[in-house]
Design a protein. Structure first.
Length: 470
C-alpha cells in the first residue's frame, strides 16, 4: 500500500477542499441496500465522503493523499454504544462472579476513583478501541465520589486528544447501601445534585450540530441503584434539553427479581411507567426480555446496546438479538466496561455477537453482514446519528476504517466481510474520523501508546493501594 506517512510521522489533518482517495479495495458500504464492491473506491473531501463506487476512482482535483487499498476492506468506522471507561483500572478482578456479586466486590474500589485516574482509564479505553477501528465512542460514567474532581471533563479531554467522536452519557446513582442499593453511600449523589450536575453537563458540553465531536446523554445507572424519582425527572430533563437517554436494562435474572420485588413489575414495564421507552432511549444488555418486552421496544423504537463478551463473562445470558432485529428494535454493539470485558475492543465483538447468538439461536441466527451492521449502522441508530455516520454514503461524515486482510490471518478467506467478522482481529491500516487520521499502520497517530500504558498501570496501582487491594 502506498503511504505518505509512517506511524512515527503522521499525516497532517487534511482540510477542505483537499481530497483523500482510497482505491483498489473491497468496499462494504453498509447502506440500506447492503451495497458492496469487490474492488472500489472512496473519495473523501474535507470531513465528508464525496463519492463511493466500483472500479477505479474518478479523476478529481485537489488530491492531498492517494492510497492503494489492494488487499484491504474499507467499512464505516465502528460505533461503540456502551462502556465504562473507569473500569480500565480494575481489569482482572472478581473473575468468577455474577453481576450482583461482581458489583458488590468492586463498588468499594470504584468509589475511590478521582480525576487523574479517570483520565488515565479513559485514555486507555479510547486508545484500545481506536486501534481496533472505533471512530465513535460512548461512555456511561455514573460513579461520582465526593471531592473526586471533574470526572466527566477528564473523559472528554481524553477523547479530544485521541480525535475520536464521543458521546458522554452523564450517569448518576442516588440509591446507596443505606437505601437498599449496592454502591457505598459516599459514592452516590443526592437526587437533586445528580439532576443539576447532569443539566450542567448538557449545557456545557452538548453539541447537536452536524459533525459534532461531542454529545451528552442523560444516563441514570440502573433500576437497582437509582430512585424512581431520579428516573422520571431524568427523562423529563433529557426531553426538555433534546438529548438522548441511556441506562442498563434487563441484564440479569437477579435484576428482574429485584424489579418485581421493589416495583411490582418487570424492568420493561417499570421503564414504561417512568417515561423510559422511546426512540430517544437506548438500554444496555437487555438479556432477559420476553416477547412482550421486545414488542414494546420495537413499537417505541427503544434501542439496545448488545454486549456479548460482558454478558458471557458475567454469565448473564444470551440476548435475543435476532428477535429484536425482526421486531424492528435498533441494536448496536458495546464493549462494556473492561472489568467485565478485559480486551476492551469492539471489533472482536463483531465475531462474538455472531458466535454467541448462533449458540443461542442456531446457525442462521446472525450472518457476518448483520454483525458488521450491528457494529456500524446499528450503533449509529442507537446513538441517534444514523444521518451522519454508520455507512459509507456521499454526504456522510468521513468516519471509515481500512482493514488489512492480505496477511496470514485472513488472506485465504475469499469473502472480505467474512474475513473481518469470522477471522482474527484484523489490523487497521488507516482509520479516519471526519477525514482526519487517528490510526496509521495499526498505531495511534495522536498519542503515545506506550506512555498511555505506563500511565494506566501507575493509576491502577494507585487505586489498588487506596482501596487496600495491595
Amino acid at each position: 500500500m502506498s503511504q505518505h506517512a509512517t506511524p512515527d510521522r503522521p499525516t497532517p489533518p487534511p482540510s477542505a477542499p483537499g481530497r483523500i482517495v482510497i482505491e483498489n479495495c473491497a468496499v462494504a458500504t453498509v447502506d440500506e441496500a447492503g451495497t458492496e464492491y469487490d474492488s472500489g473506491y472512496v473519495v473523501v473531501a474535507g470531513d465528508v465522503i464525496e463519492s463511493v463506487g466500483a472500479g477505479p476512482a474518478p479523476a478529481v482535483d485537489g488530491v492531498v493523499r492517494r492510497i492503494d487499498g489492494t488487499g484491504h476492506l474499507v467499512t464505516p468506522g465502528l460505533v461503540n454504544t456502551h462502556h465504562h471507561f473507569y473500569q480500565w483500572l480494575t481489569r482482572g478482578l472478581a473473575q468468577d462472579s455474577n453481576l450482583f456479586n461482581w458489583l458488590v466486590e468492586l463498588y468499594p474500589t470504584w468509589a475511590r476513583i478521582d480525576e487523574p485516574m479517570v483520565y488515565a482509564a479513559a485514555s486507555g479505553s479510547l486508545a484500545m478501541m481506536a486501534r481496533g477501528g472505533v471512530t465513535t465512542a460512548m461512555d456511561h460514567h455514573y460513579v461520582f465520589p465526593r471531592g473526586a474532581g471533574d470526572l466527566l471533563g477528564a473523559e472528554i479531554r481524553a477523547a479530544a486528544e485521541l480525535g475520536v467522536r464521543f458521546t458522554a452519557a452523564r450517569g448518576s446513582m442516588d440509591r446507596g447501601e443505606s437505601d437498599g442499593g449496592l454502591p457505598p453511600d459516599f459514592a452516590v449523589e443526592t437526587t437533586e445534585g445528580a439532576l443539576l450536575a447532569t443539566e450542567e453537563a448538557v449545557d456545557t458540553h452538548h453539541d447537536a450540530s452536524f459533525g459534532s465531536m461531542l454529545q451528552i446523554a442523560v444516563a441514570p445507572c440502573s433500576p437497582f441503584s437509582v430512585s424512581t424519582e431520579l428516573m422520571r425527572e431524568a427523562a423529563e430533563l433529557a426531553r426538555r434539553k433534546g438529548v438522548r437517554l441511556h441506562t442498563h436494562g434487563s441484564e440479569t435474572v437477579e435484576e428482574e427479581k429485584f424489579c418485581h420485588e421493589l416495583f411490582g413489575m418487570g424492568p420493561t414495564d417499570y421503564f414504561a411507567s417512568t417515561g423510559w421507552l422511546g426512540d430517544d432511549v437506548w438500554m444496555a444488555h437487555c438479556v432477559h426480555m420476553n416477547d412482550a418486552d421486545i414488542a414494546a421496544f420495537g413499537a417505541t423504537g427503544t434501542g439496545v446496546a448488545h454486549c456479548p463478551s460482558s454478558n458471557a463473562r458475567l454469565a448473564a445470558g444470551i440476548a435475543r438479538v435476532p428477535d429484536m432485529l425482526a421486531a424492528g428494535v435498533p441494536v448496536g454493539l458495546g464493549v462494556d466496561g473492561t472489568a467485565s470485558n478485559e480486551s476492551g475492543e469492539l471489533h472482536t465483538e463483531l465475531r462474538n455477537a455472531l458466535l454467541i447468538n448462533r449458540l443461542g439461536g442456531g446457525e442462521k441466527a446472525l450472518t457476518a453482514r448483520q454483525a458488521l451492521r450491528l457494529g456500524t449502522y446499528g450503533g449509529a441508530q442507537v446513538l441517534g446519528r444514523a444521518a451522519e455516520i454508520g455507512s459509507l454514503e456521499a454526504g456522510k461524515l468521513a468516519d471509515l476504517v481500512l482493514w488489512k486482510l492480505d496477511g496470514i490471518g485472513h488472506a485465504s478467506i475469499a469473502d472480505p466481510v467474512a474475513a473481518l467478522v469470522f477471522g482474527a482481529a484484523a489490523p487497521v491500516t488507516l482509520s479516519l474520523v471526519g477525514g482526519r487520521p487517528v490510526v496509521e499502520g495499526n498505531r495511534l497517530t495522536r498519542a503515545d501508546e506506550d506512555a498511555i500504558a505506563r500511565l494506566t498501570r501507575s493509576e491502577a496501582r494507585r487505586l489498588a493501594g487506596i482501596a487496600g487491594l495491595t
